[in-house]
Ligand binder design. Sequence first.
Ligand code: ADP
Length: 437
Amino acid sequence: MKHFINIRIMILSTAAILMTAVFCTLAYYNVLRKEVMDNLKVCARLLSDKMMINGEEALEDYAHDLYDDFRLTLIRPDGSVAFDNVAKIEGLDNHKDRVEINQAMKEGEGESVRRSATINHTNYYYAIRLKDGSVLRTSRESHSMINIFLHAMPLIIIVVIILIIVCYFVSRELIKRLLKPIEALADNIGREDQECPYPELEPVLGHIRKQHHDIVEHAKVRQEFTANVSHELKTPLTAISGYAELIENGLVREEDTYKFAGEIHKSASRLLTLINDILRLSEFDVSVRDDFEMEEVNIYDIARTCGEMMELKAKDHDVTIKVEGEDSFITANKDMMEEIVYNLCDNAIRYNRPGGRVEIIVKDKTLHIKDTGIGISEEYQDRVFERFFRVDKSRSRKTGGTGLGLAIVKHIASIHEAAIHMESQPGKGTEITICFP
Ligand code: ADP
């Protein structure tokens, strides 16, 4: 990048210098041209005045005092050359067609600039009509535009070389200064107090910071989850291992073996449920809506089936279940819908009180699950949807909870673009509403 900017700056400055040189040459050439022409004009007028007094002899005298490159020509009205201080007049052709002569004959004066035999030079001509109709022409050779440019060339080359060297160091220094705060920022991108060096970078920085923050958060959540999983798996495994060891060492009386086997079975079931929930969640983490099979489902049907299925468990907890509502069709994954209803209904029973009620109501693509249980205080109402968060750990464990049920519900709702709403009062009960789009 640095190299690229450096070269660009050098190319740009060289181009600028060359362009300036061309424009300067052009301007200088124009000034020179005007100067030479004015000079020729003054001489021609002066000489024509002299010729009025002294006749054509004045030409000879005048030519005598002139520089070598200054040419005087007298042309008769018919175009024949009567005098020329440089060339022999015998060899000269008719001059009537020369631009400046033709113009002078018609308008009184004329001028022209023509390329000389050598490319380096240009001929300047000025002609004036005399009283008798003859034309007096003054002319001289001067530098051509190319010549002026070539003259300036060594200077231009030197300036370009100096400029390239200066540009190299200046641009290197500038780029270094420009990039320094950006590099410092890159090293400390995570630090909120690190100020943005350029306002232009503010949106990009905001974006990067957000991404960085998200990545850190994500890593934290992952790490916490892994720690929680290990911890959760450890408890039932320790129990299984402990009971098995006791039996192995013959420390359990014959009649207690069944009880211990029952404990082992309970812990193993718990492990299975836990692993099932964890697998379910990790499956959701890597999937999107299109990965699941969607069909037209009637949530009221699902609610009724679930109500019947949970009847026994409800009875165990001394809770009554009631399913109400009307047919309500949505496009959804049937298994997931059953999972939502089952999880919410299970919670409503497990966190209820003896003699309590659970109501499942389906209406207008909305599922309400209401209980008269222990409720959730306001401060935990958002947190219960986090993985492994439980308000009362021992009650959750005792009733076979994994702390993942509501996290799964939240995921399924989000896959179906459904909104979750929770209303709960400690000691009175909880109502969870899921609105499908
Ligand atoms: P768990 O397997 O522990 O029930 P969940 O994710 O289903 O895990 O719920 C998280 C926590 O939210 C539970 O441990 C419980 O404290 C609380 N909770 C969930 N549903 C209810 C409810 N209907 N009434 C009261 N508390 C609830």
